[in-house]
Design a protein around this ligand. Structure first.
Ligand SMILES: C[S@@+](CC[C@H](N)C(=O)[O-])C[C@H]1O[C@@H](n2cnc3c(N)ncnc32)[C@H](O)[C@@H]1O
Length: 269
């Protein structure tokens, strides 16, 4: 069952969103893989990749847990996920806000950049924890835009424009999509409050520059927000077009949002 209550701003079926998902994977997969390896994921594990998007981590998990282990990859919109083919992969349409997962089944549930879209992420944690085996891990990676900003060496006019684009991005998504741009700082606390044990977290960031994958993710994000931004009177068409042009320009240099990886495990009774 799905509802119309979900708040995700981007449509996976669009070509631009497919490119956006691939770019997120380019930027974030190496850190995610290090984090999952540190939790010990290996052959035989039963895993769920929730809000799996383009599915690169689901595919990595399929190789990692083979031959006996298996992966359930879920999303509201499985357009891109359905292109994956692994003998130990199941793809399922699933709304994390309303739909159940199999109970007591998983050694690992991984989510990346999903909880911050849910309005009240804490409401879904009991369902996720109920789907873990005793001793099973949740790993949730969420952005915190606290760090996002321009390099002071940028030309002041370009820097001011891009700083505004970042601020309007947060304001628009918070107002229209209940997105929390600062959820990264809360995710580990929410896992602990929900009753998980051995909770820990680690944040990572880097520089995102125009003309590179980091510039591309800014451009693909702003492109999908262009019309709502203009309609809401937050930026003019020429301002947002100028900000998007900067994303392909090597003069753009920004500190990226922090990706906070948080983890915890279901206590063994
Ligand atoms: C920013 S993308 C991240 C995709 C992928 N996890 C990654 O990091 O590459 C967020 C994903 O969460 C999915 N999503 C958003 N709300 C959801 C919900 N209520 N239930 C399941 N998936 C959801 C979206 O469809 C999208 O694929």
């Amino acid at each position: 069952m799905t509802t119309n209550k979900h708040t995700y701003a981007f449509k996976n079926a669009l070509d631009a969103q497919r490119e956006r998902l691939r770019t997120l994977e380019t930027l974030f997969d190496p850190g995610t893989i290090r984090c999952l390896e540190a939790r010990g994921v290996g052959p035989g594990w039963r895993c769920a990749e929730v809000g799996a998007g383009g599915g690169s981590i689901a595919a990595w998990l399929c190789h990692r847990v083979a031959p006996q282990g298996s992966v359930l990859a879920t999303d509201l919109d499985t357009t891109v996920l359905r292109e994956l083919a692994h003998p130990n992969l199941e793809v399922r349409v699933h709304d994390l806000l309303t739909d159940d997962l199999p109970r007591g089944e998983f050694d690992l549930i991984h989510l990346r950049l999903v909880l911050a879209w849910l309005g009240d992420p804490r409401s879904v944690l009991p369902r996720l924890i109920g789907a873990l085996r005793p001793g099973g891990w949740i790993v949730a990676e969420e952005m915190d835009f606290a760090s996002a900003g321009t390099d002071p060496r940028m030309e002041p006019g370009a820097s001011a424009l891009f700083t505004r684009a970042i601020q309007e991005h947060h304001a628009l998504l918070a107002a229209q999509n209940r997105f929390d741009p600062f959820y990264g700082r809360r995710v580990a606390g929410d896992l602990a409050d929900a009753g998980l044990a051995e909770v820990g977290c680690q944040g990572r960031t880097t520089m995102w520059r125009g003309g590179e994958a980091g510039g591309r993710i800014w451009r693909l994000t702003l492109a999908q927000l262009r019309e709502p931004m203009i309609a809401a009177g937050r930026m003019t068409a020429s301002e947002i077009d100028e900000a998007m042009a900067l994303c392909d320009d090597p003069r753009l240099s920004t500190l990226a949002p922090v990706v906070m990886a948080a983890w915890g495990r279901r206590a063994v009774a």
